[in-house]
Design a protein around this ligand. Structure first.
Ligand code: GLN
Length: 501
């Protein structure tokens, strides 16, 4: 097998038995990245830094270092700040911005932080994304769209579109992403790869440029549940610099993924697992090819011993207005820091201070970001706060409670990730509402703060990948990864690659 088809786990084995060096893998992937610039996946490639880091990793290994991801090339969504490379969040307002520090997730996956060694992964660069992670197609990046490697006339999903396209095109074995309302799960689904958004609080948000702070979570995108487990183990864990960080001991998700269930028997690793199917996740509006692929994957889970049970999430539809009030409200507050004074772009010509703010923000932000700032400011304004923001918060709690009622009858919840396969670039360009509506199945878990995964479930219309979504209860990442791994041991959807790769 060629190096770029190998998983993180396979590369780690090869590095450990010294049949390949990090320098070799890095050189190979850098040349692929160079040849695939047309995908638009990378905003920055640090060939020099990565090559030096790979050589250093090989030396450390020769000296006996066994850090879990030592010498494995990855890259970060450009929403994580990095000291070594510029960070833009896909926005013109941050063009040329350099952070003085690394985000916690970046440090933990890489070189480590304040006396604590990191996992030793090597960063090849920064990945394109929707501006401030607002979007579902990566068409909202100020630096151009990302193309779907399965069909370059289609979107890769968003907002972690660069991460998903790079992993699907075998430019990287894995990448980081963030998910506020679906931005890991939906691009993973659109590009036929595996992604997990952990429980809110599992990964530190320190150094992750804030969109909607009560929803934002980091997570890995990779080609298997096993690789997601390896990355998540390294990037998660309590961080005193994030006030919402979960106070839990470090987790070995790969070990949790492999631990057999008590009721398991040969050929039935999922015996005793109850998977709930919310009837609201299978409305007539879901494309038939998506339903077919999802049902096929569910049948495979049944063969492995799981039982399917009917459940209900009655407020699924309401998650769209609720999310599109709460997320813009938080965004309008978070994005007020980009004022031309402290970070990034400042207008060249302006009158007084107010005029400077106005011109800098007008020039720096794209249309979708401006729309959300306006909606957010409106719903938080005196007189409308009770009618919109407060109502949305109450409904958010009810949506979270609905999940808990479901989890009385099942262990995991399953359904589609999105109502259709990836759409054509430009197809929904002028109609933001159409794009918002396509988030219907990812928003509920985000609003509840629950962990969710997207797994490849074969191909649908136009030969495009379809994703199966699995949602777990709080901190049930191990259980999610276990079920996903069992499915991937028995099927080969996750090994399918775009033609010619
Ligand atoms: N598509 C959703 C939005 O535009 C979710 C984005 C995300 O998860 N960052 O807000």
């Amino acid at each position: 097998m060629t190096l770029h088809h190998m998983s993180v786990a396979e590369l780690a084995l090869r590095l450990a038995d010294k049949s390949v060096s990090s320098a070799e893998i890095t050189r190979h992937l850098l040349s692929r990245i160079e040849a695939q610039q047309g995908l638009g996946a990378f905003l920055q490639v640090d060939a020099e830094g990565a090559t030096a880091a790979a050589l250093a990793a090989d030396q450390r290994r020769a000296a006996g270092d066994t850090a879990s991801l030592l010498g494995i090339p990855i890259a970060h969504k450009d929403i994580f700040v990095t000291a070594g490379m510029p960070t833009t969040a896909g926005s013109r307002i941050l063009a040329g911005y350099r952070s003085p520090f690394d985000a916690t997730v970046v440090a933990r996956l890489g070189a480590g932080e304040a006396g604590q060694p990191g996992a030793g992964a090597i960063s090849l660069g920064k990945l394109n994304c929707d501006e401030f992670a607002m979007g579902s197609s990566n068409e909202n990046s100020a630096y151009g769209p990302v193309r779907n490697p399965w069909d370059r006339s289609r979107v890769p999903g968003g907002s972690s579109g660069g991460s998903a396209a790079a992993v699907a095109a075998r430019l990287l074995p894995a990448a980081t992403g963030t998910d506020t309302g679906g931005s890991i799960r939906q691009p993973a689904s659109f590009t036929g790869i595996t992604g997990i958004k952990p429980t809110y609080g599992v990964c530190s948000r320190y150094g992750m440029i804030a969109f909607a702070s009560s929803l934002d979570q980091a997570g890995p995108l990779a080609r298997s549940a096993e690789d997601c487990a390896l990355l998540l183990s390294a990037m998660s864990g309590f961080d005193a610099r994030d006030a919402t960080s979960a106070q839990r001991p470090p987790q070995d998700f790969a070990a949790q993924m492999r631990r057999p269930r008590e009721a398991a028997s040969p050929g039935k690793p999922l015996a005793g697992l109850r998977i709930g199917l919310p009837r609201e996740f299978f409305p007539d509006t879901v494309a038939p090819d998506v339903v077919k692929a999802v049902r096929h994957a569910l049948a495979e889970l049944e063969k492995l011993g799981a039982t399917l049970v009917d459940v209900s999430l009655p407020r699924t539809e309401l998650s769209i207005p609720v999310y599109y009030i709460i997320a813009p409200a938080e965004a309008s507050s978070n994005l007020s820091r980009f004022d031309g004074v402290k970070f990034g772009h400042r207008a060249a010509v302006y009158g007084d201070l107010n005029d400077m703010y106005k011109k800098s923000r007008t020039e720096g932000f794209g249309a979708e970001v401006k729309r959300r700032i306006m909606i957010g400011t409106y719903v938080l304004s005196h007189g409308y706060y009770d009618a919109y923001y407060l109502q949305a918060q109450k409904l958010r709690r009810m949506i979270a409670d609905d999940f808990q009622r479901c989890f009385a009858d099942c262990d995991l919840i399953a359904g589609p990730v999105a109502p259709s396969v990836a759409w054509k670039l430009g197809e929904k360009g002028n109609d933001p509402i159409q794009t918002y509506l396509a988030d219907i199945f990812t928003l509920p878990a985000s609003l509840a703060g629950l962990p969710g995964m997207s797994l490849p479930a074969g191909l649908g219309a136009h030969g495009m990948p379809v994703g199966l979504q699995l949602i777990g209860n709080y901190f049930a990442e191990g259980q999610l990864l276990h079920a996903a791994h069992a499915l991937q041991q028995a099927t080969d959807w996750h090994t399918q690659a775009p033609a010619g790769i």
